[in-house]
Write a protein that binds this ligand. Structure first.
Ligand SMILES: Nc1ncnc2c1ncn2[C@@H]1O[C@H](COP(=O)(O)OP(=O)(O)O)[C@@H](O)[C@H]1O
Ligand SMILES: [Mg+2]
Length: 296
């Protein structure tokens, strides 16, 4: 009987340079995939020597340096998606790397944090009656995000202009006050089902400069999602244009001004899985990746 070759799976990560790779899931996942019989490797997405076509499946995992190279990254995803199977698919990457997707979700009726977009050249509109957040449409790890009170208009305007000078569009949102007490809930989906959920603390402290380095997921603890949170997360996933097949997704929710959950971020590109916090989830992740590599 012919022996089936081990599925070849590449996990795409980033180049940490002289620092350690912050992706704690990565070594655990590579090891578990190998134990399950796969030929699994972690590769830098921008490694010019990487043979993406030589893999049955490329899973985007921790390409965490893409947010200031978004166009290059989307081009890589499109090329890789033509050469082999890419999860999530390139069209999802294209849509989800630009946070104007929050506007698309809002138009589809999904509750989201209210968002105003300031493209280069737009007049700078900033709230005058309440605290607000300014952040870029291409961002991760709270990079270039800061919160302001109305009397900080000058600093906030400089922040907007600094981003727009780099060609970025700025987003302005009311500061979601509940985050300081209730935090943010991250509902993680894998292989089409809820995998696990976590709660994290607030990232933006008053007065922290936009270019300061922040802790992206502070005080993380396991969380049991409420019915309302699950319903909003599922509505967000159902609103992804073209309803593509998603290997993984993370929906970050906060409690909005109406007391109901709303979407802060829909992370379909490179969500941290927090497997170190949810070790029991590992077998399901491995199984879903193997299934994606060997079927369809
Ligand atoms: N409107 C907001 N109100 C309160 N906190 C916010 C708001 N927008 C962002 N933050 C804080 O900044 C963090 C990063 O923002 P987010 O939109 O999730 O971008 P990313 O995680 O891609 O950098 C959030 O996890 C949250 O703690
Ligand atoms: Mg986030």
């Amino acid at each position: 009987m012919a022996r089936t070759a081990a599925p070849r799976i590449a996990l795409a990560t980033y180049d940490p340079g002289p620092r350690v790779n912050h992706d704690r899931d990565l070594p655990v996942l590579v090891e578990a995939l190998r134990e399950a019989g796969a030929d699994a490797v972690a590769l830098r997405w921008d490694d010019p020597a990487a043979d993406w076509a030589g893999h049955d499946l490329v899973v985007i995992r921790s390409t965490w340096d893409y947010s200031w190279r978004a166009a290059e990254f989307v081009a890589w995803a499109e090329k890789t998606g033509e050469a082999t199977r890419l999860a999530n698919p390139a069209e999802v990457v294209r849509w989800n790397t630009d946070k104007r997707y929050i506007g698309d979700l809002a138009r589809a009726g999904v509750p989201v944090v209210p968002t105003d977009y300031l493209a280069p050249g737009d007049p700078v509109r900033l709230p005058e009656a309440h605290e607000y957040v300014v952040k870029p449409t291409s961002g991760a790890g709270a990079r270039f995000a800061a919160r302001y009170t109305p009397d900080q208009r000058e600093t906030a305007t400089a922040h907007v202009e600094r981003m727009r000078a780099e060609g970025l569009t700025a987003m302005v949102q009311p500061f979601v006050a509940s985050i300081d007490t209730e935090g943010e809930r991250a509902l993680q989906f894998f292989g089409g089902r809820l995998l696990h959920a976590s709660r994290k603390g607030a990232v933006l402290a008053p007065g922290t400069a936009y270019d300061a380095e922040k802790t992206a997921h502070p005080d993380l603890v396991p969380w049991t999602p409420t019915e309302a949170e699950l319903a909003v997360a599922e509505r967000a996933l159902a609103a992804v244009p073209g309803r593509p097949e998603l290997l993984y997704a993370r929906v970050d929710l906060v409690t909005g001004a109406d007391g109901q959950p709303c979407v802060m971020e829909l992370e379909l590109v490179e969500p941290n899985l927090f497997l170190w916090l949810h070790p029991a989830s590992l077998p399901r992740v491995v199984e879903a990746i193997l299934t994606a590599a060997t079927t369809g």
